[in-house]
Design a protein around this ligand. Structure first.
Ligand code: FE2
Ligand code: FE2
Length: 291
């Protein structure tokens, strides 16, 4: 049984999934006919998210020393610095976008859930910061990537744009974490990736609840606008990822397979909202440079 399975079983044994009348009462959302989203599902996810919170100094053993070949260590410093920047950007953006999403979605449950997600992202930044310190490289925000955060939260249809961008970034993060924990990494790094991965899959769950509703209410112009912004973001990431080919190969991460998997997951999600590849274009993923 791997750690993820153990974690899920432990969470299921906790009270949030019991069918007791008291729990059913706790799970019932406040009456609100104006809400855009399925409040019962969001409330349930809020409780699940609350029960799965973890305290970084207890969950990840920062006391262990890291024994890595200097070249492999350099690669993880590089990859985790990019990841740190993306997580920190994600945290700043969620702090900024949360009130806008709450207002637009008119839900009484969304602020409960998003507050927990916001705390998740703060914890991610904290953990990666400390992992980078353990690797001997204090974290540095990479300003060349900053444009991504701006693209995801500025302009028209800000709230929609943010949530659709998150669909891509959460998928990208999950694909990276799954590969990183299985790659040539130290036990502390693998433990950290595993813990982050559980949170990121919950973040995707939230999007699968709210995005179909948003898509249904979207005007044609809104769809076109968000479609272009999403293409730009995915294209930027695809190009940026190309520069990591050689280092990826060193630790056993196939950049092309990673990016393709992220695009496929996003495509599947859009398909379930009734949008096909004919409407949404995906950038072409370049072959590995070494091939
Ligand atoms: Fe995160
Ligand atoms: Fe996330």
């Amino acid at each position: 049984m791997d750690d993820l399975e153990k974690f899920e079983i432990r969470s299921q044994n906790r009270s949030f999934l019991t069918n007791s009348p008291v729990m059913q009462e706790l799970l019932s959302p406040s009456l609100n006919h104006r809400s855009w989203v399925n409040d019962a599902k969001v409330r349930r996810l809020y409780l699940q998210a609350s029960s799965q919170q973890w305290y970084a100094p207890q969950k990840v053993n920062f006391g262990q020393s890291i024994d890595l070949d200097p070249e492999i260590r350099r690669v993880w410093i590089r990859f985790m610095s990019v990841f740190y920047t993306l997580e920190k950007m994600g945290l700043n953006v969620i702090v900024n976008m949360m009130p806008k999403a709450v207002k637009k979605l008119k839900s009484e449950e969304v602020p409960l859930y998003l507050s927990v997600q916001c705390f998740d992202e703060a914890r991610h930044v904290f953990v990666i910061e400390n992992y980078l310190r353990k690797l001997g490289a204090p974290p540095q925000y990479d300003w060349t990537l900053h444009v991504l955060g701006q693209l995801a939260s500025l302009g028209f249809y800000r709230m929609e744009n943010w949530l659709f961008s998150t669909l891509f970034s959460e998928n990208f993060a999950s694909c990276f974490l799954r590969r990183a924990k299985a790659a040539n990494i130290d036990p502390l790094g693998a433990e950290m990736c595993q813990s982050l991965l559980v949170d990121e899959s919950r973040h995707l769950h939230f999007l699968h609840i709210v995005l179909p509703e948003i898509m249904d209410r979207f005007s044609l112009f809104g769809r076109l606008y968000v479609k272009s912004a999403q293409f730009f973001i995915m294209n930027f990431c695809e190009r940026m990822a190309r520069t990591l080919d050689a280092d990826g190969t060193l630790v056993g991460i196939d950049r092309r397979a990673l990016v393709e998997e992220a695009f496929e997951n996003v495509e599947r999600a859009y398909e379930s909202y009734g949008v096909t590849r004919k409407f949404l274009h995906f950038p072409k993923v370049a072959p590995l440079l070494s091939h």
